[in-house]
Ligand binder design. Structure first.
Ligand SMILES: NC(=O)C1=CN([C@@H]2O[C@H](COP(=O)(O)OP(=O)(O)OC[C@H]3O[C@@H](n4cnc5c(N)ncnc54)[C@H](O)[C@@H]3O)[C@@H](O)[C@H]2O)C=CC1
Ligand SMILES: O=C([O-])CC(=O)C(=O)O
Length: 311
């Protein structure tokens, strides 16, 4: 199975690396506009094959979409990342134009691909990809919740002093510093509610750290994160390509689910060979419902901003 990753920068190349290393796809094509950049990243990754023992073919191209033909999945990471002090939303002006053009180009050569949108502001870029192409909603998936949930589980594991893989927890809502919703009430350590081990204060801190997880790393690194984002995209691509039907929080188009319409926002989804195969409706309590509604207002406002940018 062939996967194309547009944008061979930090997130795109890391994603290609994890997909190859884990043998998720038989072929990965990296595409970038920077002359020679994707070719270089692909060659570097290929030179890991004998040391780490993978057989995935990885190639790189400079803006040549014909080489991406017949991809089953296309991941879009092209665009600019934020710098310390910025919000993801501030990237909309530059990234909207890039994402719109890239999706159009990709579909010329891979008309049946499932599109995974990563570029920020991700919920808005996912909505843009959906609306500008008219593709069925199951084929456009925004990656954010997989990453935010892995950060939530990491912070919970640090607070509990227990392995992250023993912890089950999910983040829904928008992929923004103030719009994320870590579902603390439903988080568990091997099925036991985490509230049995952590105080309300400790849980509030975990949730707050999770929400600004991306901003914290941007402050430390000078640009946004890439290891966990790249691995999160690979995890999502694995569930699509290998029809794993995992439940993953993804930004998808909602039509009535969670009392929302006409936005792309993070909700738990069953992800398989058809992309988004089902949206799982969690019974939220009144407080969680109110927070979700507030998150949706903010996500919708960004979609409105798109109209003036693309007019
Ligand atoms: N949804 C999520 O959870 C996450 C989203 N991001 C977002 O992903 C995007 C990429 O982040 P990084 O990889 O760190 O940035 P980066 O700057 O390392 O890489 C971006 C790449 O896109 C390329 N590019 C720009 N315009 C292009 C075009 N028209 N066609 C093809 N390639 C093009 C650039 O040349 C560059 O190599 C950013 O918008 C960032 O905010 C980053 C981490 C997590
Ligand atoms: O923080 C950023 O700008 C990049 C991103 O979305 C993340 O790492 O969650």
């Amino acid at each position: 199975m062939k996967v194309t990753i547009v944008g061979a920068g930090n997130v795109g190349a890391t994603c290609a690396d994890v997909i190859s290393y884990r043998g998720i796809a038989s072929e990965v094509v990296l595409l970038d506009i920077k002359e020679g950049f994707a070719e270089g990243k692909a060659l570097d990754i290929m030179q890991c094959a004998t040391n780490t023992g993978f057989n995935t073919r990885v190639s790189g191209v400079t803006n040549d979409y014909s080489k991406t033909a017949d991809s089953s999945v296309v991941v879009i990471t092209s665009g600019i990342p934020r710098k310390p002090g910025m919000t993801r939303e501030e990237l909309i002006g530059i990234n909207a134009g890039i994402v719109k053009t890239v999706v159009e180009n990709v579909l010329v050569h891979s008309p049946n691909a499932i599109i995974v949108v990563v570029s920020n502001p991700m919920d808005t870029m996912t909505y843009l990809a959906l609306k500008s192409t008219g593709l069925p909603k199951n084929r456009i998936i925004g990656m954010g919740g997989a990453l935010d949930s892995s950060r939530f589980r990491t912070y919970l594991s640090m607070a509990l002093g227990k392995p992250a893989n023993d912890i089950s927890a999910m983040v829904i809502g928008g992929h923004g510093d103030t719009t994320m919703i870590p579902l603390t009430r439903l988080a568990s350590y091997n099925g036991i509610p985490v509230s049995q081990f952590l105080s309300e204060e400790a849980l509030e801190k975990v949730a707050a750290d999770t929400m600004v997880g991306g901003a914290t790393l941007t402050g430390l690194l000078g640009t946004s994160a890439w290891y966990a984002p790249g691995a999160s995209v690979a995890y999502l691509v694995d569930s699509i390509l290998n029809d794993q039907k995992k439940m993953i929080a993804c930004s998808v188009f909602v039509e009535g689910e969670y009392e929302q319409n006409d936005i792309c926002i993070g909700v738990p989804c069953i992800i398989g060979k058809n992309g988004v195969e089902e949206i799982i409706e969690i019974e939220l309590n009144d407080k969680e419902k109110a927070v979700f509604a507030k998150s949706a207002v903010a996500v919708r406002a960004m979609n409105d901003a798109l109209k003036s940018i693309l007019a």
